[in-house]
Design a protein around this ligand. Structure first.
Ligand code: ASP
Ligand code: MG
Length: 418
């Protein structure tokens, strides 16, 4: 079996859904399992519904209407005949959502979040599978919650592999096109859970693992994985082959390749992962698989903007020892600052961090009691895997280099624009 994942951007409108059909025509759909995300920015729109629900805001009903209007438009663009069963099916999903909003008694934010946000995937797959049937493809819509079992850690649920494996081995029919939801699972009591934002790739990997699938393909609006972000680098080129290990390294440094969580199950069974263009589905794209680390062997660039470079030194010239470092890390963790680079010397300690939640001022107040704190805001962290002089020059040119760290294969540079 082949597992295909279509993300939100690939099904953001009627054209996108028709394009999924075209892709399937070109690459075949027998023995295929489609994992599909919510359409376009639906997950964000549902997050707004959740916020309004908890705020008891009068905007709640208009937020729900937005989501409805968006999907209804897509359904109308795809199916002219209003007698098609898709209209009733989608309406019934929205009734379930409204019923939940009217009757829920749980004050647990994460629980409520999962019960609501899941409608994005339930509705997208309903529309898609009706469309495939309408176009004459024999299709089976599967509720993923009957397959992927998890703990009850809502919004970041952990998969129960044993139960999941059992469900998948027993109940997936091959030979036809199977369609199911990414991102969702269910707990012991059959309440809906989710695997974390952007979790649909992981869903594809879970199914592939349990099915011993031939391959996973992630269909994207780009030709594959590039060695650099074309927004920041001229001459970005496509990587044909990346080993699992190299892909995990790249992801670790922040490349938006594929999440390590997605790669692990695939790597265990050596199932290849292809990243391909849904615009040109017959092009080869990138293969993440067993084999050479990188082909072509290019330097890979990862850029993280908007970083904060913090240097701590001891007030009295004493050494910064393990206890200090573990205390500092505990604080970063508590204030949700993500550490992307560390460098220490005897009396100073520098870190490059991301302060997504704007907590640095608060943290600084605590740190300043014990250390001399220097910091530089709005710096950029460049990571180059497989660097060489030319690559280094590219990132250092016309910039002030604040910190540099070099290991055998990886060079990291913190810079400030002049
Ligand atoms: N729809 C979910 C999200 O936007 C899951 C996914 O797309 O992978 O986070
Ligand atoms: Mg998405």
């Amino acid at each position: 079996m082949r597992v295909f994942k279509f993300g939100g951007a690939s099904v953001k409108d009627a054209e996108g859904i028709k394009n999924v059909y075209d892709v399937l025509q070109k690459v075949g759909y027998e023995d295929v399992l489609l994992i599909v995300s919510a359409m376009g920015k639906t997950t964000n729109a549902l997050e707004l519904v959740i916020k309004n629900y908890f705020d008891k805001s009068p905007e709640l009903s208009s937020a729900v209407q937005e989501v409805k209007k968006y999907h209804n438009q897509i359904v109308m663009d795809l199916f002219e005949d209003e007698k098609n069963a898709v209209f009733a099916a989608v309406n019934s999903q929205f009734s379930d959502l409204e019923y939940f909003l009217a009757n829920n008694k749980s004050p647990n934010y994460n629980f409520v979040y999962d019960q609501i946000v899941s409608f994005g995937e339930l509705i997208s797959t309903t529309i898609l599978s009706h469309f495939m049937t309408f176009m004459g493809i024999q299709t089976q819509w599967l509720d993923v919650r009957n397959f992927i079992k998890t703990d009850a850690n809502y919004r970041d649920a952990e998969v129960d592999w044993e139960l999941t494996q059992k469900n998948i081995s027993k109940n997936i029919k091959s030979k036809i096109l199977n369609i199911t939801q990414g991102f969702l699972g269910s707990d012991e009591n059959n309440f809906t859970t989710t695997l974390g934002r952007e979790g649909s790739d992981y869903t594809a990997a879970i199914f592939a693992y349990c099915l011993n699938a031939e391959s996973v393909t992630i269909w994207k609006d780009v030709p594959g994985v590039m060695n650099a972000d074309p927004r920041y680098f001229e001459n970005a080129s496509l990587l044909n082959q990346i080993s699992y290990r190299e892909a995990i390294e790249l992801a670790f440094y922040g490349a938006s390749v594929i999440h390590p969580k997605t790669l692990q199950p695939l790597q265990k069974k050596e199932i290849p992962l292809y990243v391909k263009s849904f615009i040109n589905p017959l092009l080869k794209g990138t293969s993440v698989s067993k084999g050479v680390d990188l082909e072509p062997h290019l330097s890979c660039f990862i850029v993280k903007k908007n970083q904060l470079l913090i240097s701590l030194s001891s007030i009295d010239f004493s050494f910064i020892m393990e206890e200090n470092i573990s205390e500092i890390f505990a604080l970063f963790h508590r204030f949700k600052l993500k550490v992307n680079l560390i460098q220490n010397s005897a009396i100073s300690f520098s870190v490059c961090v991301e302060d997504k939640f704007n907590n640095f001022n608060e943290l600084n107040a605590i740190l300043s009691k014990k250390f001399k704190v220097d910091f530089e805001e709005n710096v950029t962290l460049y990571t180059i895997r497989h660097f060489n002089d030319t690559a280094a020059h590219t990132v250092e040119e016309n910039k002030v280099v604040l910190l540099k760290q070099v290991s055998r294969e990886t060079m990291q540079v913190v810079t400030k624009e002049i």
